[in-house]
Write a protein that binds this ligand. Structure first.
Ligand SMILES: Nc1ncnc2c1ncn2[C@@H]1O[C@H](COP(=O)(O)OP(=O)(O)OP(=O)(O)O)[C@@H](O)[C@H]1O
Ligand SMILES: [Mg+2]
Length: 380
């Protein structure tokens, strides 16, 4: 549904070039919820803004629902008519909602329809339908200032759906919300994905978001996608950083000379008594150093760190046994945890720069005098 090939974005900033995207190939299938995760400055927002051509890629292509948007991009800043039409089929949800404070909730939802030239009566009917869909039918006449953060984001989602999009893009839609509200907004996105067959590409820096609603995920670092796949594929990929972050399991070996394994159970294998079979078959004592069960992408997954006596060479056969049972068994190097982790330690430099470069899309509340600018961005 969304494909990017060799997507590159180089910003010119104060005489300096910043490569925000460095050849990104991404493939989001129809009807899936796809999460892009990465540290601050990794290029996540640049990616999403290039996907709907709010930002013109320096090179590479973006295809959404079979249309090559990069081929449609008009000359100069203003998009041509075909691009505007294609873009109306791509909804966008923002971190800070970007609602117009001087308009009622219903009028905010109507805004994109006004831009598309939909007549008053149709706009009104559609806006009320959408508010009903996001659970805000009773707030149509309220102003954004009278809503909670979660309610504002529901309005933002209703507005994003106004043009009947097939694709919804979301840039950190929940990172300004508390955990419980986050869960309810994620659930809403999941419901919309299922009910409307909407393809969702979302950006987040929270693994929990991926865990709760994503079918697939990609990890970005320094403008590149370094891992991507369905959540199940990632969990089955030895050494996957995303899998480690999604499903951390820790525990230290009791001493030198033993073999430590991370064992991942999913599907059928999750219900079999594999560890006790291993112990009985090979007559070895197994220590469990750490373990966790969780639901990832709606599937039950278990992970366990176990210790077998003796070095690796003595445990080749038991490890083979585990793999034959359909389990993923990964050898843990003695200091494996020391440098693992995608989320730790944000790049402060990039952070400060990204803050400085915040534009109208990212502003917390859009003051009335900025409204024309926002309308232009939405119309672009
Ligand atoms: N308009 C711009 N002009 C110049 N540089 C920019 C611009 N927008 C982004 N950048 C730079 O491009 C890089 C990627 O930024 P981007 O906003 O895509 O990161 P991000 O992954 O979304 O980060 P965050 O998690 O902080 O939102 C950063 O180094 C940033 O400073
Ligand atoms: Mg960002």
């Amino acid at each position: 549904m969304i494909t990017t090939t060799g997507l590159t974005k180089v910003y010119e900033s104060r005489g300096r070039q910043v490569t925000a995207l460095d050849g990104v190939d991404l493939h989001v299938r129809e009807g899936e919820v796809f999460g892009v995760i990465g540290q601050s400055g990794a290029g996540k927002s640049s990616l999403i803004r290039c996907v709907n051509l709010l930002e013109r890629p320096t090179s590479g292509t973006v295809t959404v629902d079979g249309t090559d948007l990069t081929a449609l991009a008009g000359r100069g800043r203003r998009a041509n008519k075909d691009l505007r039409r294609a873009r109306s089929r791509i909804g966008m949800v923002f971190q800070h909602f970007n609602l117009l404070s001087s308009r009622t909730v219903k009028d905010n939802v109507e805004l994109p329809l006004e831009i598309l030239g939909v007549s008053g009566a149709d706009r009104s009917r559609r806006a009320l339908e959408l508010l009903d869909l996001v659970g805000l039918a009773d707030k149509a006449r309220a102003y954004p200032g009278q809503l909670s953060g979660g309610q504002k984001q529901r309005v933002g989602i209703a507005r994003a759906l106004a043009g009947n999009p097939k694709v919804l893009l979301s840039d950190e839609a929940t990172s300004a919300l508390d955990p419980e509200t986050t869960r309810s907004i994620l659930q809403l996105l999941r419901d919309l994905n299922r009910q409307l067959g909407l393809t969702v590409l979302l950006i987040t820096h929270e693994m929990d978001v991926v865990k709760q609603i994503c079918d697939s995920a990609a990890l970005m670092k320094k403008g590149r996608v370094v891992e991507s796949g369905t959540v199940a594929e990632l969990l089955a990929t030895p050494g996957s950083e995303l899998a480690h972050e999604l499903f951390p399991v820790t525990g230290d070996a009791s001493g030198p000379g033993s073999t430590v394994l991370d064992v991942t159970f999913h599907g059928e294998a999750a219900t079999q008594p594999v560890i006790s079979q291993l112990s009985r078959t090979y007559n070895i004592d197994i220590s469990i150093l750490g373990a966790a069960m969780d639901t990832v992408g709606g599937r039950q997954i278990g992970r366990m760190r176990i210790e077998l006596p003796g070095p690796y060479e003595e445990n080749v056969v038991p490890i083979g046994f585990l793999r034959e049972q359909g389990l993923q068994a990964e050898l843990v190097a003695p200091d494996a945890d020391a440098d693992a982790g995608a989320g730790a330690g944000a790049d402060a430099d990039a952070d400060a720069e990204a803050d400085a470069d915040a534009d109208v899309q990212e502003k917390a509340a859009v003051p009335a005098q900025n409204a024309p600018k926002l309308v232009k961005e939405i119309a672009k």
